[in-house]
Design a protein around this ligand. Structure first.
Ligand SMILES: CC(C)=CCC/C(C)=C/COP(=O)(O)O
Length: 289
């Protein structure tokens, strides 16, 4: 293992002087880089005044980007290499993401009006849970398998085979992303969902929403439906997504990304469309007595 890099006083970078105000866990060791950025970019700025400005900034006051050592008498170490300074610059993107996250949490809490029986729209909870079942993976998988077993036309079988592929792809991708991102469900959620697997303790992205977007796009492209029914399919997907936030199961961004992912998943399914020509083995196997 590499030994940690040290500052001019021999203290490892990323640790704090006890007199400083930043926490190493929050990047307390970044102060020198930030200060040298200020002093090198603001004309006429000296390190002391740069330190003062940093400690006065609203970012620092909120504590979301602590700049340890502000106001301490600690001597500045020699300038660090360029790449280190760029890494620790409080970027516009970082601040924008933090703000988006704060808005997301605030809005999701506001919209979580069916999160419990005692919530403001608590009486709507049973209806929302019914919608939840309409977008659950189990009924969709079982329903597709049942229809496949009953289908007696090649065209019908082809469409159903692809729907099955789409549902499985969706489960795989959502589990993978949930496992990677590991975002906790909102604190106000009651974990009383019908049949969940281990990754379903995570909320990003909403699996019900990806399925709703995927299935509705699939249906609109492969079933001949009257206009009112087509509108109903789109409404179902939209309300199902909204109901995830109202039930307190998800944050708004989980659902927004869910719509995007489900929409894109359909494009993948369409691109890899299974047919007796492209996947003859599958179709022959399915038709074995
Ligand atoms: C195990 C199977 C076949 C489906 C799980 C369905 C499920 C519980 C998904 C979680 O959805 P949200 O991410 O929208 O809460």
């Amino acid at each position: 293992m590499q030994s940690p890099r040290r500052n001019a006083e021999g203290r490892p970078l990323g640790t704090c002087d006890p007199s400083s105000s930043g926490s190493p866990a929050h990047g307390g060791g970044s102060r020198f880089e930030f200060q040298s950025l200020l002093s090198s970019r603001v004309p006429g700025a000296d390190p002391t005044s740069a330190r003062l400005r940093a400690s006065e900034s609203p970012v620092h006051r909120r504590g979301s980007f602590p700049l340890a050592g502000a106001g301490s008498s600690q001597a500045l170490p020699p300038q660090l290499p360029e790449e280190d300074r760029i890494d620790l610059n409080p970027s516009f993107l970082g601040i924008a993401l933090r703000s988006l996250l704060a808005i997301d949490l605030w809005l999701s809490k506001k919209l979580g009006v069916c999160a419990g029986e005692s919530s403001s729209w608590g009486s709507m909870r049973p209806l929302m849970k019914l919608l939840e079942i309409s977008g659950h993976g189990i009924p969709w998988l079982l329903g597709t398998l049942y229809c496949l077993s009953r289908s007696d036309s090649w065209a019908g079988r082809e469409v159903l085979m692809n729907l099955l592929f789409a549902l499985l792809l969706d489960l795989l991708l959502v589990s993978l992303i949930k496992g990677l991102v590991r975002r906790r469900r909102p604190a106000h959620n009651q974990m009383d969902m019908f049949f969940t697997v281990s990754v379903d303790k995570y909320s990003f992205p909403s699996g019900h929403t990806t399925r709703a977007a995927l299935v509705s796009r699939f249906i609109l492209n492969h079933l001949v439906l009257a206009i009112p029914l087509r509108v109903l399919v789109v409404l179902w997907a939209f309300i199902l997504g909204l109901s995830r936030v109202m039930l307190g199961r998800h944050n708004v961004t989980d659902v927004a990304f869910g719509f995007f992912l489900g929409y894109m998943q359909y494009s993948i399914v369409d691109y890899c469309w299974l047919s007796p020509h492209t996947a003859p083995v599958l179709f022959v196997l399915w038709n074995q007595p």
